[in-house]
Design a protein around this ligand. Structure first.
Ligand code: NAD
Length: 269
């Protein structure tokens, strides 16, 4: 028997999944991991060129250009998934933007609204339309990609932190509502993930604080006991586990994938 992260080969074959913001970054890694496990995958992403690239590289996948903050577009996407797959077993609520990097008094209200619209409203919209399909199927697995910012205060990142904390509450609430329908809901709380997004966050924070980017990067690295940035694959493997029968008894949990972090202090020494 071949095993991928303890998941016996074939256990997810033929299952269906939606990965939001799945055309690049962590979402793309999750989508490709599920595809490799035999899952039929639909990705949505707001970036048209990234969707075209993803579908070109993964001809077995389906996809659409959708902004998860647009409730009407999300509803239309679920009609497309219904037509193409007829059912949905796995929802990975991955879409989320970093939002402004600024002290609370300097955050533009438009930037607050947009961050909450993508990071919180978008996850609600997708869950709202996924749940009836899962109830019909008699089972389902929802994985909300939160952040370890949802476990601490996180200076300079108010709307992001607020949205990611809200997702933890929703994970517990939805697990209670949906458990009787055999639908499991969990959240993953990554620390800083290697890649262009964290590079951008570090550069913006360094600029807003007037310090070198290397100093900010060092602070982010020292936030974890293991002094590391995690990889997208670390997250994708946990999604695979939670979506599979191996995770059948796990629901309502928020799992940190962050090399062990006890605080998101931003002190620069
Ligand atoms: P990213 O910034 O690399 O973006 C990935 C994709 O999201 C892009 O293709 C982008 O077009 C798409 N996207 C952005 N807004 C969208 C929208 N409104 N609708 C649909 N698609 C949209 O992000 P990432 O680093 O891959 O992060 C993915 C998730 O992981 C997010 O929820 C993020 O908050 C979370 N997270 C990331 C980190 C990190 O260090 N990168 C750490 C903790 C949590």
């Amino acid at each position: 028997m071949n095993l991928a992260n303890g998941v016996p080969e074939g256990q997810l074959t033929g299952k269906t999944a939606l990965v939001t913001a799945g055309a690049s970054g962590i979402g793309r890694c999750i989508a490709e991991t599920l595809l490799a496990a035999g899952v039929r995958v639909f990705v949505c992403d707001v970036d048209r060129a990234a969707v075209v690239r993803f579908l070109g590289d993964n001809p077995a996948a389906s996809g659409a250009v959708v902004d998860v903050a647009d409730a009407v577009a999300v509803e239309g996407m679920f009609r497309q998934i219904e037509r193409e797959f007829g059912c949905l077993d796995i929802l990975v609520n991955n879409a989320g933007i970093a939002g402004p990097t600024a002290l609370v008094e300097d955050i533009e209200t438009e930037a607050w609204d947009r961050t909450v619209a993508v990071d919180l409203n978008g996850q609600f919209y997708c869950t709202k339309y996924a749940v009836p399909m899962m109830k019909r199927a008699g089972s389902g697995a929802i994985v909300n990609i939160s952040s370890n910012a949802a476990m601490f205060g996180f200076p300079y990142r108010s709307p992001y932190t607020a949205s990611k904390w809200a997702l933890i509450g929703l994970t517990k609430t939805w697990a209670m509502e949906l458990g009787p329908h055999n639908i499991r809901v969990n959240a993953l709380c990554p620390g800083s993930v290697k890649g262009p997004r964290i590079d951008g966050v570090i550069e913006r924070e360094a600029a807003s604080r007037g310090v070198p980017a290397a100093a900010v990067r060092d602070v982010y690295e020292r936030q974890s006991s293991m002094r590391l940035f995690v990889s997208a694959d670390d997250i994708a493997q946990m999604v695979l586990f939670l979506a599979s029968p191996a995770g059948a008894a796990i629901s309502g949990q928020s799992i940190a994938i962050d090399g062990h972090t006890e605080s998101l202090s931003c002190d620069i020494h």
